[in-house]
Design a protein around this ligand. Structure first.
Ligand code: FES
Ligand SMILES: [Fe+2]
Length: 380
């Protein structure tokens, strides 16, 4: 069960902050060594000891709607293929043929089987090697032992989690994860872009509201408060509420009847590298996929809770909302790239995150703990 506050509690805290010109704060600031953003060794440890070792959100369940639906992409520098079987179960595999290693699938789609384009070895949706052309050329081939190499996949609360290195012994604690997707949510699409930035710099931009006035002066700031947030942690994850100015209208609504819908954006950080953000017409699931110490692929799945007909009827305001969101997103990416370029200056030994940037401290604290635990297991 999630430990998160009900909406009306969050709304009351926001109204109190508005009245008192305050925001949620931590007891202390957090200092993160700059070395942690530029060290290849640190990056390798984050990939090997955290991103591969712990259950990591891979894609939304909605991206795998029927038997044969698949999503293929690199996760923690490893080509992974997730596919829904005819039994409805989602399985994940290392995305490579067991003959000479050709990647089997790219992007997303729906298949009855995966046929290698090189020599035609064919795999079922359950990963079993079904057919080898001219099999007589491989005397003694044990097809049962040459199925696709599996990795752990678990589907919970509308998200497919993948654990590449289950031998690492990491314990999955899915109970903390709230139900983020309702049955009304429809997947609208997915896009990918690459940025020249360390993945944690992009993550940090989602976790504080201190930059709203300065970075988003003409986009978010006119409709949102600057540095006024309610923050919560649940396990290694977190949630931050970014209120819109119109939330003041809720003062006229009885406290327990106040809904946060259309009054704020929630950003859920699913440790380590996934954000789920709510907006008036849409919801985004953003995967920050580290490609190199200074390069990140941002994979964004967009959802709406509007029916197809509502989407037609409300096309104009939905489009305005999406354009607006895109403009704000570009500002965040630009500033993330500027931080990355600033790293080379050598000006800073550490970054200091203020008391109202507490979720960033939580993120780094958890990352440090997982790295320490992973290193301990490796040396044991
Ligand atoms: S590499 Fe796939 S069939 Fe040869
Ligand atoms: Fe931002």
């Amino acid at each position: 069960m999630s430990q998160l506050f009900d909406d009306h509690v969050v709304v009351q805290r926001i109204l109190d902050h508005i009245d008192h010109h305050t925001t949620d704060v931590n007891d202390a600031t957090w200092r993160e060594p700059v070395e942690h953003y530029i060290s290849q060794q640190r990056f390798d440890a984050e990939v090997g000891l955290v991103l591969r070792r712990y259950p990591t959100p891979f894609c939304p369940s909605a991206a795998l709607p029927e038997a044969g639906s698949f999503v293929a992409r690199d996760a923690a520098l490893t080509p992974i293929l997730a596919v829904r079987g005819t039994d409805g179960k989602v399985r994940a595999f290392r995305n490579a043929c067991r003959h000479r290693g050709t990647m089997l699938a790219e992007g997303s789609g729906c298949e009855k089987a995966f046929v290698c384009r090189y020599h035609g070895w064919t795999y079922g949706l359950d990963g079993a090697l079904r057919h080898v052309p001219d099999e007589y050329g491989f005397p003694g081939l044990d097809k049962r032992a040459r199925g696709l190499a599996p990795v752990d996949a678990v589907e919970r609360n509308g998200i497919v989690f993948v654990t590449q290195d289950a031998a690492g012994g990491a314990v999955a604690d899915f109970d903390d994860i709230p139900e983020l997707f309702s049955p009304r949510h429809r997947l609208l699409g997915c896009n990918q872009t690459e940025v020249v930035t360390n993945w944690k710099i992009i993550a940090e931009g989602f976790l504080e509201g201190y930059h709203i006035r300065s970075t988003h002066r003409d986009t978010f700031f006119p409709i949102q408060f600057d540095n006024l947030n309610v923050v919560e942690t649940f396990g290694r994850n977190s949630r931050i509420a970014f209120p819109y100015r119109r939330i003041n209208k809720l003062r006229e609504v009885a406290a327990e009847q106040r809904s946060a819908d259309g009054m704020l954006t929630y950003v859920y950080h699913l440790f380590p590298n996934v954000m789920v953000a709510t907006f008036p017409y849409s919801m985004l699931m953003v995967v920050l996929e580290p490609l190199a110490v200074d390069r990140t692929r941002i994979v964004t799945y967009a959802f709406t809770d509007r029916t197809s007909q509502q989407a037609v009827d409300e096309h104009a305001p939905m489009q305005r909302s999406q354009d607006f969101l895109l403009a704000g997103t570009v500002e965040d990416r630009d500033v993330g790239c500027a931080v990355q370029r600033g790293l080379a200056s050598g000006a800073n030994q550490f970054f200091e995150f203020g008391r109202f940037e507490g979720l960033i401290g939580h993120f780094h604290r958890c990352l440090d703990a997982f790295l320490d635990a992973g290193a301990g297991q490796r040396s044991a």
